[in-house]
Design a protein around this ligand. Structure first.
Ligand code: ZN
Ligand code: ZN
Length: 251
């Protein structure tokens, strides 16, 4: 009898443990609410609804996607220092819910968010790029991570891999590499930012030529734009045509 009780006790404990686990796995990582509605796979509808999209119908700079208060040919920065890339588009503003989703995925180990973030890439690509680029792209080239991290798991690359498969655009990985450890760009002046990234990236020497190739350059966040601009410069110097795409943009 005592043995039976012990056995039931063990089964009961195991059942409670798995129930707690399943409840935990079904909660929104942002607000903690249970995910019960249809389509709520990783984040609840309420949190998703709070994301500040960079709306295709609201005025934005046609070159860098900076939201503008009124229709204009370009934003002030693109007028005074035009970037070499043809266009940059971003899914949403790098604030609140979108910022939290990116940070939870990159640094909080919430791996299931990668499908949601890859879906954001697909959405912004379909809404703002594919209709203006009927020829499509030859390759996706991701902005490489810091030198110290290149051998480790690269969470942003995992999202780009899903996007590449879904859109059927080949991924050219480890062709553009980072060769210098740099300071975070935010908080630096324009000249410090440029200095910080001087000679930070290079292209792997190979017989492969980028001449005439259409490249979709991707990164997770467009903060000051200097990183994307530096990477685009290298690719364009080799004869490529570059359009850039990110998940979020600091305003
Ligand atoms: Zn939520
Ligand atoms: Zn601009």
């Amino acid at each position: 009898m005592r043995r039976m009780n012990k056995w039931f006790g063990g089964v009961f404990k195991e059942l409670m443990r798995s129930m707690r686990l399943s409840i935990f796995l079904c909660q929104c990582p942002l607000c903690g609410k249970d995910l019960v509605l249809e389509g709520e796979e990783s984040v609840c509808r309420e949190c998703l609804g709070k994301i500040s999209w960079i709306d295709a119908n609201a005025p934005v700079c046609p070159v860098c996607s900076r939201p503008l208060g009124h229709e204009s040919e370009r934003c002030g920065e693109c007028l005074t220092a035009p970037p070499l890339f043809r266009k940059h588009v971003s899914y949403g503003r790098y604030e609140e819910e979108l910022r939290e989703i990116i940070l939870r995925y990159k640094y909080g180990g919430v791996e299931k968010l990668k499908h949601l973030l890859a879906g954001f890439y697909v959405e912004v690509y379909q809404r703002k790029i594919s209709m203006c680029e009927p020829q499509g792209f030859d390759f996706i080239i991701p902005v490489p991570p810091d030198t110290g991290r290149k051998r480790e798991f690269n969470p942003v690359l995992e999202i780009v891999k899903i996007f590449s498969k879904r859109m059927n655009i080949p991924l050219l990985h480890e062709y553009l590499v980072k060769v210098k450890k740099t300071l975070p760009q935010a908080g630096l002046t324009r000249s410090q930012r440029l200095n910080n990234l001087n000679n930070a990236f290079r292209l792997k020497s190979s017989s492969f030529s980028l001449k005439g190739k259409r490249i979709l350059l991707t990164d997770d966040v467009y903060t000051t734009g200097t990183t994307i601009k530096k990477c685009a410069e290298l690719l364009i110097a080799e004869g490529a045509d570059v359009v850039a795409m990110t998940l979020a943009r600091s305003i």
